[in-house]
Design a binder for this molecule. Structure first.
Ligand SMILES: [Zn+2]
Length: 202
């Protein structure tokens, strides 16, 4: 029985996984998929509750981009702006420049440059993000939230402190849905003590 918030030993493994020792089982999580799930849950909750005040962290140095450097496709640019709005970015726009001044606090982030580049790429390509788990979120909104969650999440190889790893897993167990990453990979695998003892013929 999994008790959310219980104090298990949790740590990062190989820069890819989060491992949680639950006494008689070990849970292994894909760090990207877990974070992505947590972000999606936060964004969709905000969206459904129509809250417009996201906790944000101001950038030390605000980032300005010529819109044509991000994309030459005006529809993709509008999609990007909608997606940034939906997920709580703080930014200003002039005719041909967008300036980002704050990012959602739940992004453990990241390079804003890389984030924008990758988001634009996903919004341009028709990447598969599945469909919304609830009728209250239309497919277009789901797509925006899914792409922002995927691109805002930590990646394989990103360092994670023990505290951050613990927090992520706690938040993950509080999410109501357990869908996979838009890439369709599983989030979590469980190993039992019996299984592991079997490895050693015990
Ligand atoms: Zn992803």
């Amino acid at each position: 029985v999994e008790t959310p918030g219980e104090d298990f030993t949790t740590y990062q493994l190989m820069g890819l996984f989060i491992v949680e020792d639950r006494g008689s089982t070990i849970n292994v999580y894909d760090q990207h998929a877990v974070h992505e799930r947590v972000l999606y849950e936060q964004f969709s909750t905000q969206y459904l509750e129509k809250k417009d005040k996201f906790p944000t962290q101001p950038l030390l140095v605000e980032k300005s981009y010529k819109t044509t450097d991000l994309t030459n496709d005006d529809d993709v640019y509008r999609e990007l702006v909608k997606s940034l709005e939906l997920t709580g970015f703080v930014f200003t726009e002039t005719e041909d420049v967008i300036t980002i001044t704050a990012v959602p606090v739940s992004f453990l982030l990241i390079s804003v440059d890389v984030f924008l580049q990758e988001s634009v790429k996903d919004l341009t390509d028709s990447i598969e993000v599945g469909t919304s788990e609830t009728k209250e979120i239309d497919d277009q909104t789901h797509r925006r939230l899914a792409i922002m969650s995927c691109r805002g999440a930590i990646k394989a190889g990103d360092p994670l402190s023990t505290f951050e790893a613990k927090q992520l897993i706690k938040q993950f167990h509080q999410t109501t849905h357990n869908a996979t990453c838009p890439h369709g990979r599983p989030v979590q695998v469980t190993l039992t003590k019996e299984e592991m003892m079997g490895w050693f013929k015990r």
